[in-house]
Design a protein around this ligand. Structure first.
Ligand code: G6P
Length: 614
C-alpha cells in the first residue's frame, strides 16, 4: 500500500527519505520516487518502477540532489498503471509544486477536465496529479497565497481520501502535510521534522510523534511546526512516544519476518492476555473497556466487521460468543458491511478487529456503526491507529509490529482476545464460575502448547517438501476450526500462489468433493472435539476417492493415523481454543511451502500489509 515519507531539517534529505521508504517496503508497493529542494532553489525529482533499489541505482553518484527538504513515496497502483509517469511525486505545470498522496480523489475526473480547460497540462493518469494543479490554480489566482492556504483551498475542493505532503520551490522553507481518512503522522526530531504514513519510517530518527487527525493540515519548517484544520483553526497536538524499537521491527535472526512472527506467538499470546485474566472466579479484566463494563451487561447482539485474517479471527469469535456468552453474533467482511445496510437495534455492540487499525474497509464499517450511535469496540494492535482512536473503547493486542504481509501472530492474538471478551461477557450472563475458571486456565496454557507445536517445525518443513508438487489444496474443518481451515488456505495461497480453498467439511459433498482425486490433497483440521466423528466420516469420503490426506489431530489420536497419509499433532485444549493451536502448523506449512517454491514470503506479489484504500 502507498507510503509517504517527508523530511525538513538540516541533514541531507535523500538518505533519510530512502531509509524511510525502505522501512515502509513491507506494506507492499510497485514504484517509488522523491522530490527534493536543491541548493539553487529548484526541485528535482526521480522516480522508478519496481524496488527502491531501482531508484537508488538511478541516483547513484548524482551530486545535484543535495537538499535538506524533500518528499517521497512508494506507490501501490489504484488509478493508472504501474509506470514511472504515474509514480509519485507529481508536479504542477511549472514543476514548482510537488506532492505525494495516499488515498483516492473521487472527483478527480471532473476536476481534471476543468483544470485542463484552464490550460493545465497533465503528465500522468493519476488522481493525485489533480491536487498539485489545483494548488497551482489557487496560487495563479493569488500569487501571495501561502502554500498551506492554497493546499487548504484545494482540499476543500476535492472529495475523497488523502494523506498528502507538498513542497513548493517558491516557499523553500516549508513542507505542508494533510490528512483525511489516510494515516499520517509527524516525527518530531531535534531541529528536524519528518512526515510519514507509518511510524516505522521515522523510528530511526525519532520516537516522538504527533498523529494527525482527519481534516488537519500541518505546516513544518526548519524551526517549528503547527497544525490547523480546514477552517484555519489552530490545533494543539499531543506528542506521543513510540514504544517499538527499530530492532523490534527487524528479523531477529530469522530468515523472514513471517517465520519470526510465527515463532513469536507464545510471547505474543502471553502479552495479549497478561494481567487480563482473573483465575479465581474465571473472569476477564480488560482495562480498555472498564468504563463500559456495566453497559456490556445489556448488550443483546454483536456485530463484528473485519478483513482478511482479522475477519477469520472474528469468525472464531462468533462461535465463542454464541456458545459461551449466549449473545447472537454476526460477523461481516468489512467491505460488505456498509453496503448490505445492516440493521441496528438497542443493545447492539460493534467490534472492529484489525491488526493495523488502518484498514479502510474496517474503518468505513466502524464509521457506519458510529453514525448509527452503536457502541463500538476495537481489537487492534497498532497503538494510536485510526481504528484504535475512533472506537469508543478497545483492547490492544500488544504483540509488537507485524511486518510479514501474511498475518500470523495477529490472528492467534485476536482469537485469544475474543476468548477473553467471551469470558467477560459470559460471566456477566449464564456462564458458571467453574466454566469461567476452566476457560481462564486453558487460555493460560496456550503459550506452552504453541511452544510444543513449534518444536515440531522440522516435521512440518518435511511435509511441505513432500507436498511440493501439488498445485491445489482443500482445507476442511467444522465449527471452531472452519475459520481455521479458511485461514490455512488463505496462508498457502497468499504466499505461495498455489490454489487453496477453505471449506466446511460438511459442505464438501455439495461441490468441492468433485475435485478430489490423487492429485488433489486435503488438509483436515480434526482435533478430538464435538465434531470429531463427523470429520472422520469426511476423511473417509476423501480416502475413498484416493485424495492424499494431511490431518491436524489431537496428540494421542491413533485412529486418525490409520486414515490419513500424514498427521500433525497438536496438544489437547478446550474446543473453543483449538483454532489458536491448529492454525500454527498451517502457518508453518504455508511458510515452508512458499520458501521451497522461491516465493518472497514477506512481500507476496500484489498484496499489501495495510490496505488503506477501499
Ligand atoms: C491485508 C493483509 C492481511 C490482513 C488484512 C486486514 O489484506 O494482507 O494479512 O489480514 O489486510 O488487515 P488488518 O490490519 O485490518 O488486520
Amino acid at each position: 500500500m502507498c507510503g509517504i515519507v517527508g523530511y525538513i531539517g538540516t541533514k541531507r534529505a535523500i538518505p533519510i527519505l530512502l531509509d524511510g521508504l525502505k522501512a515502509l517496503e513491507y506494506r507492499g508497493y510497485d514504484s517509488s520516487g522523491f522530490a527534493v529542494l536543491t541548493k539553487n532553489g529548484n526541485i528535482k525529482s526521480e522516480r522508478a518502477v519496481g524496488k527502491i533499489m531501482n531508484l537508488e541505482e538511478k541516483i547513484s553518484g548524482r551530486e545535484d540532489l543535495f537538499g535538506t527538504c524533500g518528499i517521497s513515496h512508494t506507490r501501490w497502483a489504484t488509478h493508472g498503471g504501474v509506470t514511472e509517469a504515474n509514480a509519485h511525486p507529481h508536479a504542477d505545470c511549472r514543476q514548482e509544486i510537488w506532492a505525494v498522496h495516499n488515498g483516492i480523489i473521487e472527483n478527480y475526473k471532473e476536476l481534471r477536465r476543468d483544470l485542463e480547460k484552464l490550460g493545465h497540462k497533465f503528465r500522468s493518469e493519476t488522481d493525485t496529479e489533480t491536487i498539485v494543479h489545483l494548488i497551482e490554480e489557487f496560487k495563479n489566482k493569488n500569487p501571495e497565497l501561502p502554500l498551506e492556504e492554497a493546499v487548504r483551498l484545494s482540499l476543500l475542493t476535492i472529495r475523497g481520501t488523502y494523506g498528502i505532503a507538498v513542497i513548493d520551490a517558491r516557499e523553500p522553507k516549508k513542507l505542508v502535510a494533510a490528512r483525511n481518512f489516510s494515516p499520517l503522522l509527524l516525527g518530531i526530531g531535534d531541529g528536524e521534522y519528518l512526515v510519514a504514513s507509518d511510524a516505522s519510517a521515522v523510528l530511526k530518527y525519532t520516537k516522538q510523534v504527533i498523529y494527525l487527525d482527519d481534516g488537519e493540515i500541518a505546516v513544518l519548517s526548519h524551526d517549528g511546526h503547527s497544525v490547523h484544520d480546514l477552517k484555519r483553526k489552530n490545533h494543539e497536538k499531543k506528542l506521543h512516544e513510540i514504544e517499538w524499537s527499530l530492532e523490534d521491527a527487524q528479523k531477529g535472526g530469522h530468515p523472514h519476518f513471517m517465520r519470526k512472527e510465527i515463532f513469536e506467538q507464545p510471547e505474543a499470546i502471553e502479552n495479549s492476555i497478561r494481567g487480563r485474566i482473573v483465575a479465581k472466579g474465571g473472569r476477564a479484566k480488560l482495562g480498555g473497556i472498564a468504563e463500559i463494563t456495566d453497559r456490556l451487561k445489556s448488550v443483546r447482539r454483536i456485530h463484528v466487521a473485519a478483513c482478511g485474517t482479522a475477519y477469520l479471527a472474528g469468525r472464531v469469535g462468533e462461535y465463542m460468543l454464541e456458545e459461551y456468552a449466549g449473545i447472537p453474533t454476526e460477523v461481516d467482511l468489512a467491505s460488505e458491511f456498509r453496503y448490505r445496510k445492516p440493521v441496528f437495534c438497542d443493545g447492539d455492540l460493534f467490534i472492529a478487529v484489525s491488526q493495523s487499525g488502518e484498514t479502510a474497509d474496517t474503518l468505513a464499517a466502524l464509521r457506519e456503526a458510529k453514525e448509527k450511535s452503536v457502541l463500538t469496540l476495537g481489537i487492534v494492535n497498532v497503538v494510536g491507529s485510526t481504528i484504535a482512536r475512533e472506537t469508543d473503547v478497545g483492547v490492544y493486542q500488544h504483540i509488537g509490529p507485524e511486518i510479514g504481509v501474511a498475518s500470523t501472530k495477529a490472528f492467534t492474538s485476536q482469537v485469544a482476545i475474543l476468548a477473553l471478551l467471551t469470558l467477560l461477557l459470559g460471566r456477566q450472563r449464564e456462564m458458571s464460575g467453574v466454566m469461567g475458571e476452566r476457560i481462564a486456565a486453558e487460555l493460560k496454557k496456550i503459550p506452552l502448547h504453541i511452544r510444543a507445536i513449534l518444536k515440531n517445525s522440522g516435521q512440518i518443513a518435511a511435509l511441505a517438501q513432500k507436498y511440493q508438487k501439488y498445485e491445489n489444496f482443500l482445507y476442511l474443518g467444522r465449527k471452531y476450526n472452519l475459520p481455521a481451515a479458511h485461514e490455512g488456505a488463505l496462508k498457502l495461497k497468499e504466499i505461495s500462489y498455489v490454489h487453496a480453498e477453505g471449506c466446511g467439511a460438511g459442505e464438501m459433498k455439495h461441490g468441492p468433493i468433485a475435485m478430489i482425486d490423487e492429485n488433489f490433497p486435503s488438509v483436515f483440521i480434526a482435533p478430538q472435539d464435538s465434531v470429531y466423528d463427523k470429520m472422520i466420516s469426511n476423511i473417509e469420503e476423501v480416502r475413498a476417492r484416493k485424495g492424499p490426506i494431511i490431518a491436524i489431530a489431537t496428540q494421542g489420536d491413533e485412529k486418525i493415523r490409520e486414515l490419513a497419509d500424514d498427521v500433525i499433532y497438536i496438544p489437547k485444549t478446550l474446543e473453543m481454543l483449538t483454532p489458536i493451536l491448529s492454525v500454527i502448523p498451517l502457518q508453518l506449512f504455508a511458510y515452508h511451502f512458499a520458501v521451497l517454491r522461491g516465493c518472497d514470503v514477506d512481500k507476496p506479489r500484489n498484496l499489501a500489509k495495510s490496505v488503506t484504500v477501499e
